[in-house]
Ligand binder design. Sequence first.
Ligand SMILES: [Zn+2]
Length: 53
Amino acid sequence: MSDYKRIKCPNCGNENPRKLHETPDKNKVLYYSMQGTPVYAKQVKCGDCGMIF
Ligand SMILES: [Zn+2]
């Protein structure tokens, strides 16, 4: 059983994890932790076509 999350670029179909970079979306705060630090939603940037999704 694998819990590996497969991400795929919806634009060019790239699914190479080395070319898909997860970054926090600082415009989208999911919630604030008990320490008061914001937890951002994640977005992925495709290293091939540059699309952010
Ligand atoms: Zn792409």
